[in-house]
Design a protein around this ligand. Structure first.
Ligand SMILES: Nc1ncnc2c1ncn2[C@@H]1O[C@H](COP(=O)(O)OP(=O)(O)OP(=O)(O)O)[C@@H](O)[C@H]1O
Length: 292
């Protein structure tokens, strides 16, 4: 595993330095770090991460010691039963939530010691987000939506980069359309262009195909995979859908706040079977607890 990841990391470094909007050296984002720490670090490293909500007897242990390492230019799916901690993992990885203990390192930057302002700045420049419900601003055009992360990061909006990104996601001719004039699949393509425009260390995708019909979902998953393979993006995706997870290089299976298994290159039926076995184990454990 480690060996494969290391190989994959070195193989993809060149790709990631020539990401969606052009070479890394063009990046002028605040807090973006040096080329060296980007090149030498994992895109994301989570070491012994726990997240507890509340205290005492009523505390919920959403993550109970998670270790995850994502090489640059990799596509990882996170699966698991409802309540297993998938969203918590994604939010801790993205710096939207703070680990109770353990360490989260994004593009070589340890998030644990950062104050709120620096964390927000880092998130804006180093993390892209893709949501189930697209989350585009309805009053802005596709181009303006794509440029929004640059504006928020305090970078001069680069319309040429936006045009290039929209062309890459197949929407060169829809730059002036507003979200309401686009189909669901087209809106998700705009959202993916928006997530990639800052050339982030990590793209966090939360059920990106969840609101789409199966054929459109396939298109969107294919686009995410293209972003990883051809443009060097690193994607961490939470999904309930084995067909979506099968597009990833690797699937992590979460149960009760722990990564209990991982699959490399599995197809959808294999992933679905693993999910069913997790539910069966869980039901048997619950039944045994009741009996005891
Ligand atoms: N803000 C919060 N306060 C208290 N408990 C929380 C909070 N957020 C999550 N939890 C709890 O942490 C556990 C993990 O939640 P999480 O949302 O990460 O699971 P999930 O695997 O994403 O679930 P789903 O698939 O249903 O979205 C659950 O028991 C949940 O109730």
């Amino acid at each position: 595993m480690q060996t494969n990841e290391t190989q994959s990391q070195s193989k993809t470094q060149t790709q990631s330095q020539n990401g969606p909007g052009g070479p890394r050296e063009d990046t002028h984002l605040a807090d973006s770090g040096t080329a060296l720490d980007r090149a030498s670090a994992w895109a994301l490293a989570m070491d012994g991460v726990t997240r507890r909500y509340g205290r005492g007897g009523r505390a919920v242990h959403a993550l109970r010691g998670v270790d995850v390492r994502l090489p640059h230019g990799s596509f990882t799916a996170v699966m698991g039963p409802s309540g297993s901690g998938k969203s918590t993992l994604l939010q801790c990885a993205a710096g939207l939530d703070r680990a109770t203990s353990g360490r989260v390192t994004l593009g070589g930057q340890d998030l644990s010691g950062l104050g709120e302002r620096r964390l927000t700045r880092l998130r804006r420049s180093r993390v892209g987000f893709v949501f189930q419900s697209f989350n585009l601003l309805p009053t802005l055009t596709a181009e303006q939506n794509v440029l929004l992360p640059l504006r928020l990061a305090g970078v001069r909006p680069d319309r040429t980069a936006a045009a290039r990104m929209l062309a890459r996601v197949g929407l060169a001719d829809r730059a002036r359309s507003r979200p309401g004039e686009l189909s669901g699949g087209q809106q998700q393509r705009v959202a993916i262009a928006r997530a990639l425009i800052t050339r982030p260390d990590l793209v966090c995708a939360d059920e990106p195909s969840g609101a789409l019909d199966p054929a459109t979902a396939e298109d969107v998953m294919g686009l995410l995979r293209q972003a990883v393979r051809e443009w060097g993006a690193t994607v961490l995706m939470v999904t309930h859908d084995p067909a979506a997870a099968a597009w990833a290089d690797r699937a992590l299976f979460l149960q009760d706040g722990l990564v209990v298994d991982e699959a490399n290159g599995w197809d959808a039926p294999e992933i679905a079977a693993r999910m069913r076995s997790m539910r069966t184990t869980r039901a048997a454990t619950a039944a045994a607890e009741v009996a005891a």
